[in-house]
Write a protein that binds this ligand. Structure first.
Ligand SMILES: *[C@@H]1O[C@H](CO)[C@@H](O)[C@H](O)[C@H]1NC(C)=O
Ligand SMILES: *[C@@H]1O[C@H](CO)[C@@H](O)[C@H](O)[C@H]1NC(C)=O
Length: 299
C-alpha cells in the first residue's frame, strides 16, 4: 500500500481501495466509523498499514461517533456475538443482511467467493485469530493504545459472519461505558501484512466481580520458549505502522492472536493480573501502591 502522508490522503486512498479488495470489520450500531449516510459502506474494513499514529489510531474514526445511547453489551461471565462483514450491506445494519447460516464457516473454504468476503486465509488452517480489547475509560479521547487489554480471543476467526466471544468476569465500566475494539492480524500467507481495528462503545452488564483489569503489556512470541510468554493482561498487537507499533516482527512474520503469543482461546481469565513474563511474579500489588505505570514500548 502507498505510504500516506496526511489524514486527507488516507481518506482518498481508502476510498480508492473500495473496489479493489474486500476486507473485514465487526459491525454494531455502537461502532465508530459507521459512515451512516452510506448503506453500502466499507470504510470500517480498510486495513491499516504504514500509517502515522494519528492516522491509524481508532481507525481514524474518533469523530464519527455512535449515537449517545448505543452501547454494545458485554455480559460478565457470559458471551456476546458480533457480526463480521466486508461491507455494511451484509449485516443487520444493511439492506442485504447476513447470508444464511451465519454461525457456520464456509464449506468449501475458498477465500475468493465464500459468500461474505475475503478472509485472508488461503486454506482453512490459515485462519489466524481475532480478539476484543477493552479500555476502562468512558471517553474515547482519553484512551491510549496501551490502555486496551485483550479480554476475549477466538483462534478460529474470522471464519464466521456471526461470531460468539466469551467474556471474562469483568468489573463494571466507569459511568456505564467502556471503550472496546476488535483486532485482527491475518497470517502473512493471506496477503499484504497489515492490521485491523474496529473501535466501539461497550458496557459490562451483570458485573459481579470488582477485581480490576491489570496493566496490559505487549505479548512476546513464545512458542519455542514458554518462559518468554507474557501472562496476565496483554495489549493488542500494533504492527506494521509508521508509528505506534508495539510489535516489531519483520514483514512476512505476522504476529497473531494465537497460542504462539500466549493468547488463549476464549475469555482471557488471566486479565486481572498485570502483564508479566512467565516465571516472574506478577507485580499487581506493588504497582497499585506505587502508582507507577508500565512504561510503554510505543515508539
Ligand atoms: C466458493 O464457495 C462457494 C460456496 O461457499 C461456491 O458457490 C463458489 O463457487 C466457490 N468458488 C470457487 C472459486 O471455488
Ligand atoms: C451499563 O451497564 C450498567 C449495569 O447494567 C447500567 O447501570 C448502565 O446504565 C449501562 N450503561 C448504559 C449506557 O447503558
Amino acid at each position: 500500500m502507498v505510504v500516506a502522508r496526511s489524514a486527507a490522503v488516507v481518506t482518498i486512498l481508502l476510498a480508492q481501495c473500495w473496489s479493489l479488495q474486500a476486507h473485514l470489520a465487526v459491525w454494531t450500531k455502537a461502532m465508530y466509523g459507521q459512515d451512516r449516510p452510506n448503506i453500502n459502506s466499507n470504510m470500517a474494513v480498510q486495513p491499516l498499514r504504514d500509517y502515522t499514529l494519528k492516522e491509524w489510531w481508532w481507525h481514524g474514526a474518533m469523530d464519527d461517533k455512535p449515537d449517545a445511547h448505543e452501547v454494545f453489551k458485554l455480559p460478565a461471565g457470559g458471551s456476546a456475538s458480533m457480526e463480521i462483514a466486508d461491507n455494511k450491506a451484509f449485516t443487520s445494519m444493511g439492506a442485504h443482511g447476513m447470508y444464511p447460516n451465519p454461525r457456520k464457516a464456509p464449506v468449501p473454504w475458498n477465500n475468493t467467493d465464500n459468500g461474505w468476503g475475503n478472509m485472508h486465509a488461503v486454506h482453512r488452517q490459515d485462519v489466524a485469530g481475532c480478539a476484543l480489547g477493552i479500555a476502562y475509560k468512558d471517553k474515547p479521547e482519553d484512551v491510549k493504545p496501551e490502555d486496551f487489554a485483550i479480554f476475549s480471543v477466538v483462534h478460529d476467526c474470522p471464519a464466521r459472519q456471526l461470531q460468539s466471544f466469551e467474556i471474562p468476569d469483568l468489573p463494571k465500566c466507569p459511568n456505564g461505558r467502556c471503550q472496546c475494539s476488535w483486532f485482527w492480524i491475518h497470517k502473512s500467507i493471506g496477503g499484504t501484512d497489515q492490521m485491523y481495528m474496529t473501535p466501539f462503545v461497550c458496557n459490562v452488564t451483570n458485573a459481579k466481580s470488582t477485581k480490576k483489569v491489570g496493566k496490559a503489556i505487549p505479548p512476546v512470541k513464545c512458542d519455542t520458549d514458554p518462559s518468554k510468554c507474557v501472562v496476565g493482561a496483554k495489549q493488542p498487537m500494533y504492527w506494521m505502522q509508521k508509528e505506534g507499533n508495539n510489535m516489531f516482527e519483520p514483514g512476512h512474520y505476522a504476529p497473531t492472536y494465537s497460542n504462539a503469543y500466549n493468547y488463549k482461546d476464549g475469555a482471557q481469565k488471566d486479565i486481572f493480573e498485570n502483564g508479566h513474563a512467565a516465571g516472574k511474579k506478577s507485580t499487581t500489588k506493588t504497582k497499585k501502591k506505587s502508582k507507577r505505570g508500565y512504561k510503554n514500548r510505543l515508539d
